[in-house]
Ligand binder design. Structure first.
Ligand SMILES: [Zn+2]
Length: 413
């Protein structure tokens, strides 16, 4: 058996996406389907019914993750997994997450029709509450699966009305009894819209995702001295806001010096005393810095500190750069990325390497299993928005790449 010439059914996948989008449809063409609501139940039920029709064996774990399995021939092989989420932001789109789930189902239908058996089983997963819009935090299902926190902690999270994840799961009939995680996964692949503008701008249908960027956040306090705006000559001033302005410009320069990947943003500033006719004595501003590589992120921090300290010294100001929080970058498995690139080559689809600016369930899975992600372009790079859109041919191309990469990993009998 071989996969030569086997392609997923573009029309069927698109129709499934449009049917799923009716559950929680908003007037402007988006979807509002918060995690573990009645609408989420209906979306889950629809997915489960489609999986049953496709002959899958279904399992729900204690945190409400749904696993639809197409059996493999070798009972000892761990599953090759794919999937994403069915919940959306309060004003979300039709594709974020849902595409990754329905692409998995489409692969199973395609393998059924082509009568191709794999050695390893193929699991399609719906991860509980990826978005974090209702219970905070986000990626509750996949975080619990990989053991970032225990099941009781996940079940105990509350929404604004005080309802816990456990209560909400029971109310919609998805409080399963299967244990959460704790078994080997051969590999995990997730296909997702890019949620950014790069692939569309480059005209490339497939993004081979190498990882997700890390972030470091800071609070910068610049201290000078207040003075009378009319009486203090310019050369005697210690203007904290002027120093902050020069620092903000220099920080922008640091990002360009480490091009192409870093992004550095100053989005908040407070000035004391914030008076028209007083020279500012203190300025406090935020830094949000992100990069796909932790070492470069650390080098960027050193450069940012050096730039701010140099400006402060020259201007006779004091500066303190206080870390607020940080998140390490994620590097996906090289072998999985290579499998995705080989699949795109075999399908004659142009591809390029890319990093994810957003977090995904795949970032969690990468902690316990070889993991890869595939991105496809979305219109104007817009996501978390009712306007979110993608082209049917790009959606199909990503699903074909997923099929080929997963089947390579699961081995054809
Ligand atoms: Zn998503």
């Amino acid at each position: 058996m071989s996969l030569d010439g086997v392609r997923i059914n573009q029309d069927r996948l698109w129709r499934d996406l449009m049917d799923m989008a009716k559950i929680g449809a908003t007037p402007k063409g988006g979807v509002a389907r918060l995690a573990l609501t009645e609408l989420d139940r209906r979306a889950r039920d629809l997915f489960v019914s489609w999986c049953r029709e496709a002959g899958c064996e279904l399992r729900v774990d204690r945190i409400g993750n749904i696993f639809a399995r197409r059996a493999g021939l070798d009972v000892d092989r761990p599953p090759v997994m794919t999937g994403s989420h069915l919940d959306t932001q309060p004003l979300g789109g039709k594709f974020d997450g849902i595409y990754g789930v329905l692409a998995g189902l489409e692969i199973i239908r395609t393998l059924n029709e082509a009568r191709i058996d794999t050695l390893a089983p193929i699991d399609v997963v719906v991860w509980t509450d990826e978005e974090g819009a209702r219970f905070g935090g986000g990626t509750i299902g996949s975080s619990t699966f990989v053991g970032r926190y225990d099941v009781e902690t996940g079940l105990g999270r509350r929404d604004n009305d005080g309802i816990t994840v456990g209560e909400a799961l029971a109310a919609i009939g998805y409080a399963g009894d299967a244990p959460v995680g704790g078994y080997p996964v051969e590999a995990f692949f997730e296909v997702h819209i890019e949620q950014g503008p790069i692939l569309e701008r480059e005209g490339v249908p497939i993004g081979v995702v190498l990882g997700a960027q890390g972030a470091r956040y800071f609070r910068v306090v610049v201290d000078g001295e207040e003075g009378h705006a009319g009486t203090l000559p310019m050369e005697l001033r210690h203007d904290a806001l002027l120093g902050a302005a020069r620092m903000i410009d220099a920080l922008n320069g640091v990002a360009f010096r480490h091009a192409p990947h870093p992004v550095i943003t100053v989005g908040q500033i407070q000035v004391r005393p914030n008076s028209r006719n007083t020279i500012p004595g203190q300025a406090v501003f935020s830094i949000d810095s992100r990069h796909p590589d932790n070492r470069t992120l650390a080098a960027i921090e050193r450069d940012m500190r050096a730039a701010c300290e140099e400006i402060a010294r020259k201007a006779g100001l004091a500066v303190a750069i206080e870390p607020v929080s940080q998140r390490d970058s994620i590097a996906f498995d090289r072998g999985c990325a290579a499998a995705v690139a080989r699949a795109a080559d075999a399908l004659d689809l142009p591809w390029q390497e890319i990093y994810s600016g957003a977090g995904h369930d795949a970032c969690n899975l990468s902690l316990v299993a070889p993991t890869g992600m595939i991105f496809v372009p979305c219109e104007d790079g817009v996501s978390h928005n009712e306007r979110e859109n993608a082209r049917p041919e790009d959606i199909a191309a990503g699903c074909d790449v997923l099929l080929h990469a997963m089947v390579e990993r699961a081995s054809i009998a």
